[in-house]
Design a protein around this ligand. Structure first.
Ligand code: HEC
Ligand code: HEC
Length: 357
């Protein structure tokens, strides 16, 4: 009797030691993964505003109105929101965006969320700031189609924007200007940050992301994805060749494009330098699960396939289905909420506008 009791209690004790030590091990492993994640990624900051571009409530509100304003484009239909739509997480859901007068753009529209935190704007990085991006879009023959900033300023005046610009840019003799259009839109864009479950995890909440997501995070790091997709925006911090192991179009099915005189060569189109051939800005992966289709031309529809393409052409690896599913589970933890100030439509000035054919 005693003997049985004695052995059972020893067995229970051994079991207790074993389970506690494996729990301690598991906890250590979880902590090690979190430490590693913290060394590669960062939680999003609270704001993307910078001293170079002072903002105010009036400026942010004007920026929001201008972001949705279509009547400045030459067909009266294009606005930032036309291609960066609240219903599609700041993107447009199309493989290739459709611009002014129905012209097809050669590239896929990335989300506008968190973009002020990127190294530069556009796949080729030919726009330094979101402000420069917003200003140059006005004269892009594919986006707004205007031929001069004076033309834009006259339109804004006619639409009745004078008071809003004056409130946003007080003490300026000429409040309506293309620069101020850009500064106001930038002030608004700099509010569009999307904190996600992954940020809670980085701040120490182990329960913020699932077991699968943690396995995916581990795989994302061990496979080498984080070598390019890192920092607060999980990408967007460097330029890299797309197609390191093999030509990217063999895996994506990307087509030649008339406008680019062949396959998209990335930064080369902006610099004309041979060493920039097929160099693209590494995209951020925040909100990637909700912004298909993928790559600079939207050539891949599903995230699982985009992950496989990346492993193949960037790292020469073939991931199994479980690894792909786990990496996707991790990428889903980067989905934030559509910012409230972006989700609601602004009221725009009422004006006797007539669009030109
Ligand atoms: C006709 C569709 C269209 C319109 C209109 C448009 N965009 Fe875009 N936007 C795109 C496409 C396509 C890209 C990718 C261009 C590239 O990488 O070469 C892009 C890129 C961007 C980027 C860079 C994102 C990144 O990750 O690099 C920002 C920021 C942006 N647009 C903001 C705006 C703002 C602000 C406006 C209004 C002033 C605007 N866009 C108007 C389609 C559009
Ligand atoms: C050597 C750098 C590098 C590595 C390593 C890398 N990527 Fe990428 N990734 C890029 C570049 C550059 C692009 C943009 C390609 C393009 O569209 O032109 C990209 C695009 C993506 C996209 C599409 C994003 C979008 O919005 O269209 C996903 C998803 C992605 N990478 C995930 C991964 C995963 C998962 C891994 C690891 C298996 C990985 N990447 C490894 C550089 C890299």
């Amino acid at each position: 009797m005693h003997f049985i009791k004695w052995t059972t209690s020893i067995a229970a004790g051994v079991l207790l030691i074993l389970t506690t030590s494996s729990m301690v091990n598991a906890e250590n492993k979880e902590q090690a993964l979190l430490d590693q994640a913290r060394s590669l990624f960062k939680a999003l900051p609270d704001t993307a505003h910078v001293d170079d571009y002072p903002h105010s409530k009036a400026r942010r509100e004007l920026g929001k109105a201008l972001f949705f304003e279509t009547r400045v484009s030459t067909d009266g239909r294009m606005s930032c929101a036309a291609c960066h739509n609240p219903s599609y997480y700041g993107a447009d859901s199309l493989a290739l965006s459709v611009g002014v007068h129905g012209k097809k753009l050669p590239r896929n529209a990335p989300t506008v969320f968190n973009t002020p935190l990127l190294i530069a704007q556009h796949y080729g990085g030919n726009r330094v700031s979101v402000e420069e991006q917003a200003m140059k879009a006005l004269l892009s023959p594919l986006a707004y189609g205007n031929t001069s900033y004076a033309e834009v300023e006259a339109k804004l005046d006619k639409l009745g924007y004078e008071k809003k610009f004056q409130a946003a840019f007080p003490n300026e003799p000429k409040a309506i200007s293309a620069e101020n259009w850009a500064t106001a839109i930038g002030a608004f864009e700099r509010t569009l940050l999307t904190p996600a479950p992954f940020d809670k995890y980085l701040k120490g909440d182990q329960k913020a992301i699932s077991k699968e997501a943690k396995l995916g995070l581990e795989k994302f790091i061990s496979t080498g994805c984080a070598g390019c997709h890192n920092g607060a925006t999980v990408g967007g911090q460097s330029y890299q060749k797309f197609g390191i192991v093999e030509d990217y179009w063999l895996a994506t099915g990307s087509k030649e494009m008339e406008l680019l005189k062949g396959r998209d060569k990335g930064k080369f189109h902006d610099t004309q330098k041979a060493e920039d051939t097929y160099i693209f800005k590494v995209p951020q992966l925040r909100n990637v699960a909700v912004t298909p289709p993928y790559f600079h031309d939207g050539s891949v529809a599903r995230l699982e396939d985009a992950v496989r393409v990346m492993a193949r052409v960037q790292l020469g690896q073939k991931l199994n289905d479980v690894d792909v599913a786990n990496i996707v589970a991790f990428l889903q933890t980067l989905t934030g909420e559509v910012p409230a100030q972006f989700a609601s439509a602004p009221s725009l000035p009422v004006a006797g506008f007539q669009n030109q054919p």
